[in-house]
Design a protein around this ligand. Sequence first.
Ligand code: NAD
Ligand code: AKB
Length: 353
Amino acid sequence: MFNFPLCCVLFDTVSRGTVVTKILVTGALGQIGSELVPALRRHYGEPFVVASDIRMGAASREPNEIASKGKKAPFEHVDCTQPHQLHEAVRRHDIGTIYHLAALLSAVAEEKPQIAWSVNIGSLYNVLEVARQYSCAVFFPSSIGAFGPSTPRDETPQETMQRPTTMYGVTKVAGELLCDYYALRFGVDTRGLRLPGLISYVSPPGGGTTDYAIDIFRQAIKYKHYTCFLRPDTRLEMMYMPDAIRAMIELMSADAARLTYRNAFNVSAMSLTPAELAAAIAKRIPGFVMDYEVDPLRQAIADSWPRSLDDSVARAEWDWKPHYDLDAMCDDMIAKLGSNVRPARGPSISGTG
Ligand code: NAD
Ligand code: AKB
């Protein structure tokens, strides 16, 4: 499905043929890491992907276990705010590429702005410094949160006003600029995506503004009822996790000569409101009802973010294209969750179309 990334393969012409350099994933036990690590291990081989997190994780929930069906796969305890822990992991495993996922999400970051700065920016700086010293490529997940209220909110362009009013957004813009700086000044191979709200069935979300779009599915299957914390007309850009994982791996595999942006690329898949998502779910789960109890903190964050993104630059430079729209995503989410989440009472859900 993916091209094998040139940044992970070196040809040792002198002696033993192909030498594959390893990948380190930070924040690997979170929502994205829980799916990225198994995907990377499927593509590059289990020993070549080292998962790491500040948490140790329950044995059965570790991506290692998911990927390796119970066998031991490489996992390191790494607090990315501690440079020596990153250095040690990169040196010991001879890492060539770092997918840096460790961060606080928007709602948590707004509640703990000082910690968010230290984790989101402190750890990215440490990762870029290690990458500079060990010649690693770096993937940085920026966000629609890197935009603010003065940004054009519809079809937000690749290059535009970025004056976010949240600490999460401030760390994402600063992070994009740091990636640009390390690419220009030190030649570090930095690549990034401005990811929309990600919808997934594997792992619960970690404290974001777009979390409703995940919670709604579990609650709909279990209780046929969900109380949404955003207003019904809050339009935001969203993406199904399989598309996001594919985007990350494809971007890191792309021909460097074609890439003009080293901070982050807009990527887009579907633009939707809570009311539209609820209607799509109600078509598949008859009797589903949604009501609203608006959380002012998360509503204010959502109101400062783009309603849709223009991702034409990503399409032109590395052939990005989403596979899932609203209907395809809902069908797959309900099919996958339906086999794991049991309805609390009453009949099981009927049909998916
Ligand atoms: P998450 O909150 O689910 O996971 C983050 C992980 O980082 C957690 O497992 C946590 O234990 C770990 N972590 C926290 N502090 C750490 C530290 N000091 N050292 C090492 N690990 C630490 O987040 P996620 O949804 O997986 O997001 C990953 C990245 O993608 C973040 O940078 C986030 O901003 C970005 N992103 C996510 C979304 C989304 O919808 N999930 C959208 C846009 C961007
Ligand atoms: C959040 O809501 O914080 C994330 C994001 C869009 O960055 N899902």
